[in-house]
Design a protein around this ligand. Structure first.
Ligand code: NI
Length: 432
């Protein structure tokens, strides 16, 4: 019979447990129930306190999964288990627990253990295990000692590097996650009170502003905090080699495109200009060559073809933050590795200039519509009419795919609808 599993705050999970003395039918029934409960919840381990019984019984089993190269281990039942040997070498692994649904924590424990105890019939057994098997035994034995995985929480020292809006939700999620200890937020000097500074101030994180991250004084300050990992988004300065090697796990960059496509400073705008059908976010390990580092993980998102650069960037920032938080523990544990990019598939974006926004009445309507969406923030899309600059603020394509201008702003005037503009200016804006 499947039994309910007690959840995180349940006091029974913290009660001392009693040794199994009678290897009888009742014990057999309890063990069968535990097996059914573990399998029914797709777990790989269960301890008796989790089904409300304060006795020293653990079970575990892993049948293997196609997509992960982790060896399976058989159904193992141990009563009164004791760790008699544990390796000095500790390893990081991502753990879950049926009493904490959805929670995954990076936890360091001995790589190998030897456990002694009794099987369900009272026969002495001794099991030596490593990797996931060792991990399951260690975790379940913890339950018998009233210890939960949250008690092993480690705080990973992190430096965050970013200036623009892309990294805002990532910094916010990192700040809220107890697994990370943000020791320093490095940002540019140019824009006071940028999005990153606002988040850093909200969470009282130390801030370091710099025009030049290559400066040895700045590098020294980052070295002093001894970060284990760096996270970078939308920074706009080249990271020097002296900094790349500082954190043990390197510096992870959040890039808003499907790398190796659209490397460089303007991936979101270029995605819209190109009329790409899909986009996404890529996490890479930063190398000295811009956006060329190995890919750690990637998420793909379909495009409707109506997104503007502001909305798209905001959306990619959010899915990038989720991707980061779900990838980091596996990356640090070594289960996610950086895979080199297909160098020959690489495409590059440039920094746009004011002139890139200029269109004429001879320009292609579909291209203009994309430009308006791509350049909405900067450099904006504009026409020169009778020596005066008219900004094209929004437009759409009609059912025949022809551009229809919706809102404009003539030079020195306020923003207006196209109809208002026609009444005042009598110049139709018709494009090819
Ligand atoms: Ni557990």
């Amino acid at each position: 019979m499947k039994r309910p599993i007690l959840q995180d705050k349940d006091p029974i999970l913290r009660l001392p447990t009693e040794a199994v003395l009678d290897f009888d039918l009742e014990l057999g029934q309890l063990i069968d129930d535990m097996i059914e409960t573990m399998r029914g919840n797709n777990g790989i381990g269960l301890a008796a306190p989790q089904v409300g019984v304060s006795k020293k019984i653990i079970i575990c089993e892993f049948k293997g999964e196609k997509e992960v190269a982790i060896p399976a281990f058989p159904l193992t039942v141990i009563c009164n288990p004791e760790i008699v040997k544990a390796s000095k070498e500790n390893v990081n692994m991502v753990e879950g627990c049926l009493s904490f649904p959805g929670l995954e924590l990076l936890i360091k424990r001995p790589k190998k253990v030897t456990v002694r105890g009794f099987d369900r019939y009272g026969n002495k057994i001794e099991i030596s295990a490593e990797r996931l098997f060792a991990r399951a035994l260690e975790h379940e034995i913890d339950h018998l000692n009233s210890t939960l995985m949250v008690d092993h929480l480690q705080r990973i020292g992190l430096v965050f590097i970013g200036t623009g809006t892309l990294g805002k939700p990532a910094l916010e999620m990192l700040a809220k996650d107890p697994q990370y200890n943000i020791k320093l937020v490095v940002t540019g000097e140019q824009r006071d009170g940028n999005a990153i500074v606002k988040v850093a101030e909200k969470y009282k994180l130390p801030i370091l502003r710099t025009k030049n991250i290559k400066d040895e004084v700045i590098v020294g300050k980052i070295r002093n905090i001894k970060p284990k990992i760096g996270v970078m988004a939308d920074f706009g300065q080249i990271i020097p080699d002296s900094l790349l090697g500082l954190p043990k796990y390197g510096i992870i960059n959040i890039h808003p495109s499907l790398l190796p496509k659209h490397r460089g400073p303007s991936p979101v705008q270029q995605t819209i200009l190109n009329d790409d059908k899909e986009t996404g976010v890529t996490l890479i390990k930063t190398e000295s060559k811009m956006d060329a580092g190995g890919i750690i993980s990637q998420v793909i998102s379909k495009l409707h073809g109506t997104e503007n650069a502001v909305i798209l960037k905001e959306y990619l920032a959010k899915i990038g933050a989720s991707l980061l938080l779900s990838s980091l523990p596996y990356y640090i544990a070594g289960d996610l590795k950086a895979t080199p990019q297909e160098e020959k598939e690489a495409t590059y974006t440039k920094l746009f200039k004011k002139e890139d926004g200029l269109v004429t009445l001879e320009s292609d309507g579909k291209e203009i519509e994309r430009k308006i969406r791509a350049f909405i923030e900067w450099p904006k899309t504009y026409l020169e009419v009778n020596g005066k600059r008219t900004l094209l603020l929004s437009a759409h394509l009609d059912t025949e795919g022809k551009i229809v201008i919706d809102r404009v702003k003539p030079e020195g005037k306020k923003e207006m609808t196209y109809d208002e503009y026609l009444r005042g200016y009598k110049t139709r804006l018709t494009f090819k």
